[in-house]
Structure formats: C-alpha cells, structure tokens
Design a protein around this ligand. Structure first.
Ligand SMILES: N[C@@H](CCC(=O)N[C@@H](CS)C(=O)NCC(=O)O)C(=O)O
Ligand SMILES: [Fe+2]
Length: 362
C-alpha cells in the first residue's frame, strides 16, 4: 500500500508505505498537525506503524514522529548525523528496514543538511529536500554544503535506473512526482552543470528564511516533542532501559547509582563552597529528616530522595527549572539518583556533591 499525502501549510509531502500481508507500515516525514489523520488512516486500514522515518531535521515544519511513537510505539528514525535526541534508530548509509517482505533502503544524501537521507523502496525514491522536482534543497543554513549536495545527487541518485520514480519532500508548484531521467536531464540547477556551476547557483539563491525555522529546528531535534512531551519520553526511555538492564543482568542498587552518575554532573566540595559563596544556587539536602536534623550544610532545604516527585511542587525555591540546584546526601549516591530525577523533571542546571556531607566535613 502506498499513499502520498500533502500538507498545504508547509508544502510538505508525507508518505505512507505498508506491507499488505503483515500490515506493517512506515511514514516518511509525517507533519505534527496531521497526527489525527495519520492515526485514522492506520486504523481504517488495519495497519501497525513500525517506523517513522525523517529525511532530515526539518526547518519548515514540525515532525509528528515523537507523537506517533507515543500513540503507536513506532520507532523514530533519523540519520546519525541529524543531531536529534530521543531517536530510536540512528540511520546509517545503506541501512535497510523491513515491513514484512518490503524493503526500504537508506541512502545518505548530505548537503541540504548533514543528516539528509533518501529512502528507496522498490522503484520509488523518497528524496526529502535533497532532490526536488526541478530544484533541490537550499544549502544556506543547518550546516548545508552545496558541493556535498552536488556529489550526493549526481553520484548517488542520478546513478539509479532512469525510470526510478522521484517523490520529493516538498513541491511549491503542486507537482507530485518525477523520475531520475527527468531530473538528470532537465533539472535547471543540475542538468549539464559542473560542480562549480552548481555551487555558484546555490550561493546566489537569496531565499527568505523558512517561516517556522525558529520553532521547527529546536522541536525537531527532539522528534517534534514539546517540553512536556519530551520529559515524558525521557522518563519512559529511562524506565524502559532500567527495566531492560535489570532483566539482562539483575542490576544492583549500586549499578543504578553508577548509571545515574553517568547522566549527571558531580562537583567536589571546593567547587561547591565556591558556588555557594557566589550565591544564586539552591542547596538541597536529599537525606532523611533524622540525618538532616543531626547536622546539615548551612541554608540547605530538606527534600528526602523518596519524596522528591511529590514534594517538589510545594518548594517555591524550585519553581524556576533553569536556576542552578546543588544536591547532596551522606556520600553522594542518593544525591546522584536525586539529580537524575530532577533532570527528568526538566531541571536544566543540576549538580550533585561528590562525597556528600561526609566529604564536605572532611
Ligand atoms: N517558504 C517556505 C520555505 C521554503 C524553503 O526554504 N524550503 C527549503 C526546504 S526546508 C528549500 O530547500 N527550498 C529550496 C528552494 O526553494 O529552492 C517556508 O517559509 O516554509
Ligand atoms: Fe528541509
């Protein structure tokens, strides 16, 4: 099954490919505003979404891939060079993906962005913004490189069979489809053009910035998820990986602390003293109340590790999630776990005191 869908607001093409027998399906470049339509389409056709592919980290629309993952469990797939977070599969050149017996192959076509990828399914090529009908992706932002784009198009796409169908990521003149021969022989930026001529053309396009670039690029670096959805995705991923590790190797409590320490920033007592003296940092004691009352660092606020998620909302000192927070416990284990929890909750500047209160006293 195959469908070409169009988003008229951003002139974006989205593609749905599905295997008739297994009903496994994939989207290429889904747009966030059409989530409901996509879910309906999957339901009506009894399809199970397996993959959501991105041809690149888009500058002109927000992807639906993160939301589709939440609704269907589909894996988000974007190039290893896309620079995106929370991605399930980092695509490499030549990777193949199966939907039943149907094969989709990734072809790296860097140039419009470093992570641009085209996808080949049967005789159909999905070129994203690398090769457009009678045009190509611009190269004046997001690490664009016109020489690399020329090489990718001429060496990797124009060498495919002439009758390979070309399905672009956009068209601004309501054209839907082309093929390799047509683009090789008539594309005004590429037909009979040397690499130097192509670079010259690309340097002189003088296009206005895409309307949504400032919202789209940061969101697409997180699979199109807003901050709240991002936090949920991190939580889910970390829970899943912790459960997975436990099943694999029966992790000990100490393993969990070590793993938390990989994800957080620790500072020593000297650095902590310096930061506290400078001020503008919230100090949290994450031990139990009895330990706290037996002695603590001056001005520390008590927030035992076991109640962080429940009590944090009541602490006015922690309302601003961008303000620096320093956490300590007795020796640095609980505070590492607490710091990880705060990061999952969206705090962006969290530090844990290595060696804890004992180290501080020494
Ligand atoms: N006008 C469109 C932007 C068009 C645009 O810059 N598109 C990019 C793809 S993200 C491009 O490479 N266009 C190539 C061209 O127009 O020649 C918008 O505001 O969203
Ligand atoms: Fe683009």
């Amino acid at each position: 099954m195959f469908k070409q869908l169009f988003d008229p607001t951003t002139w974006t093409y989205t593609y749905l490919i599905a295997d008739d027998t297994t009903k496994e399906a994939a989207f290429i470049d889904p747009v966030n505003t059409h989530l409901e339509l996509y879910l309906d389409l999957l339901k009506q056709n009894g399809l199970k979404l397996i993959y959501s592919f991105e041809t690149h980290v888009h500058a002109d629309h927000i992807t639906a891939s993160g939301l589709l993952r939440q609704h269907t469990g589909a894996k988000t797939c974007v190039s290893q060079f896309g620079g995106a977070q929370l991605v399930d599969v980092e695509i490499r050149d030549g990777d193949t993906f199966m939907l039943g017996d149907e094969q989709i192959k990734a072809i790296s076509t860097a140039g419009h962005t470093p992570g641009c990828t085209s996808f080949l399914w049967r005789d159909r090529l999905f070129t994203g913004d690398s090769l457009l009908i009678g045009g190509c992706g611009r190269t004046d932002f997001q690490g664009g490189d016109s020489g690399a784009l020329y090489d990718a198009i001429t060496q990797r796409l124009f060498t495919l069979p002439d009758d390979t169908l070309v399905y672009p990521g956009h068209d601004y003149q309501q054209r839907w489809i082309s093929n390799i021969m047509q683009e090789r022989t008539t594309n005004p930026r590429l037909a009979n053009k040397t690499r130097e001529q192509f670079v010259e053309i690309m340097n002189n396009l003088n296009l206005p910035k895409p309307r949504l670039i400032d919202q789209a690029v940061p969101a697409n670096r997180y699979c199109g998820l807003d901050e709240e959805e991002r936090t949920k995705a991190v939580l889910l991923r970390d829970n899943e990986s912790a459960v997975f590790c436990m099943m694999q190797s029966s992790m000990t409590g100490q393993d969990l602390v070590s793993s938390a320490k990989q994800n957080i920033t620790e500072i020593n007592a000297d650095m902590a003293r310096k930061l506290l003296a400078e001020g503008n940092i919230t100090l949290i004691d994450t031990r139990e109340e009895s330990e706290f009352s037996a002695g603590c660092i001056d001005n520390a606020i008590l927030l035992p590790r076991g109640v962080i998620e429940f009590k944090i909302g009541a602490l006015s000192e922690l309302t601003d999630k961008t303000k620096a927070v320093l956490i300590y416990c007795r020796t640095g284990g609980r505070s590492a776990l607490a710091a990880q929890t705060l990061q999952i909750l969206g705090y962006t500047n969290v530090l844990s005191l290595a060696g804890g209160f004992e180290g501080w006293n020494k």
